[in-house]
Design a protein around this ligand. Structure first.
Ligand SMILES: C[S@@+](CC[C@H](N)C(=O)[O-])C[C@H]1O[C@@H](n2cnc3c(N)ncnc32)[C@H](O)[C@@H]1O
Length: 411
């Protein structure tokens, strides 16, 4: 019997009689899944563990407080034999065979007519793992395979797209600062299910290379548009693809709502009647300084951090940033999109009271293999950026946290 692999099947036990012999640890482990399946479970055993007894008290199973007796398996569809009495197990096994009741034996897998797989659940699927023969039985290995599959499905490292139950629409996914490991579990799973991915220049671009060939990857930076049309063109691309019934992921750098225009895209999609979900991401404003060894707060050094955009200069009428007030803050200033304007920003901060010696760090392409950190002060940062050829994308950190060493002392 053990020469051939078992034939896997899913028993639909709702309302059907299942007999469990023995109320010990084996029953305790197996009963929850039987109860979950809706089976009419009858436990035959003089004793039971407190957990098994609780299941009987709760009415989840019917407990017959006596030893096994011939005839117990007559009306069963399925049986679990797990008493501590070898003779009872053998007799019950013979009765199961005579009545053609599939039965699991905890004491002798070789003689059993059925085996219990290692089982796990993930989003509408049951993962059940069996060994192929009795001699190769290694329950810890089957459990490990089950865990690997269930975990992989949960975190998206195992790609198994839904086909029938998938809903078309758009997911605005924050991809984190660039390191492919720094996307969220949910983001990664949605990416694994996408038909179309519209990706930014920033973010975890390495993940795009892992997508299966049928996935259409659109580089948002290359969508043709007129000078002020970029966002509109991206919105249109999202809407068009979703209208064709596709699952679309808009993969963005960092977090969609931190200088990411996420809400504009959400509005456009909502207006077009496209279902949209937003997945937060790890923002570069915190993670990029961290990757370069700079904490944005530190006990005794900074009790606040402020994230601002430096894409327009302080004296530009379009600027919404109150630079003179920022100069008066004692905490950390984190500037995104500020490489081009850092000279004017530093001048403004000093003019309004910040010390010219305030430490500044520029972290370029943080969390990627090209990451580099350049240090300066407010007085020197303009010339340092030119001399060191610092290029976007970079996060600029201004404040005493820049000088906090890894041992927690100011350097
Ligand atoms: C349009 S903003 C988007 C920010 C993004 N939504 C976030 O939460 O990180 C782009 C700016 O983020 C910063 N940035 C994003 N990723 C970065 C990285 N890996 N290294 C350095 N700066 C980065 C740069 O300042 C860049 O100019």
């Amino acid at each position: 019997m053990a020469e051939h692999p078992p034939y896997p099947v899913g028993l639909r036990l709702t309302g059907r009689r299942v007999v469990v012999l023995g109320g010990g640890q084996v029953a305790q482990r197996r009963l929850p899944a039987l109860i979950k399946s809706g089976a009419d479970v009858h436990l035959v055993s003089p004793e039971a563990t407190p957990s098994v007894e609780a299941m009987a008290d709760a009415g989840e199973i019917t407990w017959h407080r006596r030893p096994y007796a011939e005839g117990d398996l007559a009306d069963a569809w399925y049986a679990l034999i797990a008493t501590s009495d070898p003779d009872a197990n053998t007799a019950a096994s013979a009765e199961a065979e005579a009545h053609r009741v599939w039965c699991v034996r905890s004491d002798d897998a070789d003689r059993a007519t059925a085996w219990t797989p290692a089982t796990g659940y993930s989003e509408g699927v049951t993962v059940a793992v069996l060994t192929t023969d009795a001699r190769g039985r290694d329950p810890r290995h089957t459990a490990a395979v089950r865990d690997a599959v269930v975990e992989g499905l949960r975190d998206g490292t195992l790609v198994a797209p839904h086909f029938r139950t998938r809903t078309a629409g758009v997911a605005l996914v924050g991809g984190g600062p660039g390191d492919p490991d720094l996307i969220t579990v949910r983001g990664r799973r949605l990416l694994a299910e996408a038909d179309v991915v519209i990706a930014d220049r920033l973010g975890p671009r390495d993940l795009l290379a892992e997508l299966p060939p049928h996935v259409e990857v659109i580089d948002a930076a290359k969508i043709p548009y007129g000078r002020y049309m970029a966002q509109e063109a991206i919105n249109n691309a999202l809407i068009e693809h979703a209208k064709q019934g596709k699952s679309v992921v808009r993969l963005k750098g960092g977090d969609p709502y931190v200088f990411g225009r996420g809400m504009e895209e959400l509005h456009a999609l909502t207006e077009a009647g496209i279902p949209c979900t937003v997945v937060p991401g790890i923002s570069s404003s915190i993670s990029v300084p961290g990757a370069a060894g700079i904490p944005v707060t530190h006990r005794g050094v900074a009790h606040e951090f402020t994230v601002v955009s430096g894409h327009v200069a302080p004296d530009d009428e379009r600027s919404l940033v109150d630079w003179p007030s920022l100069a008066k803050l004692t905490g950390t200033l984190v500037i995104l999109m500020g490489v081009d304007k850092i000279g004017r920003i530093a001048e403004t901060l000093v003019a309004h009271g910040k010390s010219p010696d305030t430490p500044v760090a520029l972290v370029q392409e943080g969390t990627t293999s090209s990451q580099r950190r350049v240090d300066a002060t407010l007085a020197t940062v303009a010339e340092t950026v030119v001399a060191q050829d610092v290029k976007p994308p970079a996060v600029i950190v201004v404040g005493d946290v820049v000088a906090v060493g890894p041992d927690g002392t100011a350097a």
